[in-house]
Design a protein around this ligand. Structure first.
Ligand code: AR6
Length: 170
């Protein structure tokens, strides 16, 4: 499994699946969620509504999968990151679960290449360095890593991009 970091808009990248930093409603929002729904089109929202009707809201740390609509990728895996608020070990575990459940969802769908945004580090205010360490550590220690070809960390802001470059060298 190859680990990569790039600075880009995740809606523009060509991988089997991009991950969305969604909220429990699965109905869209701002940030990367807004960009994915805007560019991916109504098909993504319709698929999210169908999941919502079937299983209810998506819990924090869990992941669901939909079509990617008009985006260049095939699928969108929607995961719900924790709101940092006061922080704590429980929040760290929930962020770990986002990465684990997204990768497990990818494998179940025979996805080989996946792009992650920096989940929870925008509106949900998770500290960027801690979030990056959790993301890298979780992906590196993933037991089924041989079933994935490439995991890409797709950073939007320069601060995250520099952090990932530094941490991936270690
Ligand atoms: N491509 C890649 N990364 C992006 C893009 C993009 N087009 N746009 C923003 N980012 P956020 P959260 C980065 O706030 O903190 C939504 O309203 C951004 O720079 O999108 O998990 C949801 O509906 C940051 O590093 O997600 C939820 O309610 C990262 O994506 C809530 O926000 C995550 O920032 C989720 O908050």
């Amino acid at each position: 499994m190859i680990l990569k970091v790039i600075q880009a808009d995740i809606t523009a990248i060509e991988v089997d699946a991009i991950v969305n930093a969604a909220n429990s409603s699965l109905l869209g929002g701002s940030g990367v969620d807004g960009a994915i729904h805007r560019k991916g089109g109504i098909q993504i929202l319709e698929a999210c509504k169908a999941i919502l009707a079937k299983q209810g809201k998506c819990k924090v740390g869990e992941a669901v999968i939909t079509t990617a609509g008009n985006l260049p990728s095939k699928y969108v895996i929607h995961t719900v990151g924790p709101v940092w608020n006061q922080g704590g070990i429980e929040k760290e575990q929930l962020l770990t679960n986002c990465y684990l459940n997204s990768m497990n969802m990818a494998i179940e769908n025979e996805i080989k290449t996946i792009g992650f945004p920096n989940i929870s580090t925008g509106i949900y205010k998770f500290p960027k360095e801690l979030a990056a360490k959790i993301a890298i550590e979780t992906v590196r220690s993933f037991v089924d890593s041989s079933k994935l070809q490439e995991v890409m960390f797709v950073c939007f802001d320069l601060e995250n991009f520099e952090l990932y470059k530094k941490l991936l060298k270690q």
